[in-house]
Design a protein around this ligand. Sequence first.
Ligand code: FES
Ligand SMILES: [Fe+2]
Length: 379
Amino acid sequence: MTELPSAQEFEAIHAGYHKNASRSLSLRKEAYVEQSWHNVDLSAIIARTWQWVCHIEKVRDPGSYMTVEIAGHPIAVVRDKEGDLRAFYNVCKHRAHELLSGEGNATRIMCPYHAWVYKLDGHLVRAPHTGNLEGFEPKEICLDQVQVEEFCGFVYVNLDPDAPSLSAQTGDLETEIRHWAPDIEKLTFGHRLTYDIRSNWKNVVDNFLECYHCPTAHKDFCDLVDMDTYKVTTHGIYSSHMADAGNAPNSAYDVSNATVKTHAVWWLWPNTCLMRYPGRSSMIVLNIIPAGPDRTFETYDFFLETPEANEAELDAMRYLDEVLQVEDINICESVQKGMNTPAFQQGRIVNDPDGSGMSEHAVHHFHGLVLDAYETARR
Ligand code: FES
Ligand SMILES: [Fe+2]
């Protein structure tokens, strides 16, 4: 049995949070340091929300597939022969071996353990040496399907069979993304950066959701974007973070030839960030993957106009990898250490009702969604 918080702990986790961000404290530290709350995060948040998988280009052709792990569950996304996108637990119905691995193209799915064969729609078509079995009907066997959705050029899955669609849950997000990135479906994978961080995933999200730390922690970034125009808006299950590119030459990377002049960033509950930085057309997808109470994996995927990055994009990647990420990861790891001491319980949310970049209202919004999920998990 997975250890979960007690009824009293579920009650106490709401303490200090107030619906009004100007009166609220942040989420209590137990949620960031204890294994029991990490277990709730996986079962009540990650396994019940839309999780980013890949760009649509990976599963465009019939037979193309992509595998991922969501809250520890192996999942495969497959384009079947009829052209329908399907997702299922990547688990054989015979004795539970993993079926597909990595990514690629297949006409059938054959289990590498005893060679049971499934169609791309998940139906079992062949099970060697089972002719003598009694009451065994291969036709009745099908892989367990999970919800899958194409949304603004990317593929998402949701392990909760009852979850409303991502487009229904996100209101105007699609309109916003398509406004800023009308070519999103045409972009192609350019590069991936990965990180292994000694901090809770919610510290990584918290840090992503405010630019109150930018003037002290990211001096270069504050030249790259015009901080006076930085605006953060929260909506339902996402928040938008918008700013104009800075006019002055900056020390981060060269944007003098940029066709995209706006820094447009969206955070999608609970752990996906979509970023369109000044430069050529592009979209960076940050996936924040909880790996333990004090461990998080991150993938930064760069989707570009061409598979090869241009000079400015290479500079942008270097800046992100060697400067911005180093600064942010140090912050998140320091915060995790601090939370593990008796000297910290929770802190004050710094709120600007005008929604400027100096405000932490998007962090407060995230904490509200976390507490809603905890409340649902308790029932
Ligand atoms: S576990 Fe897949 S064929 Fe045996
Ligand atoms: Fe930062």
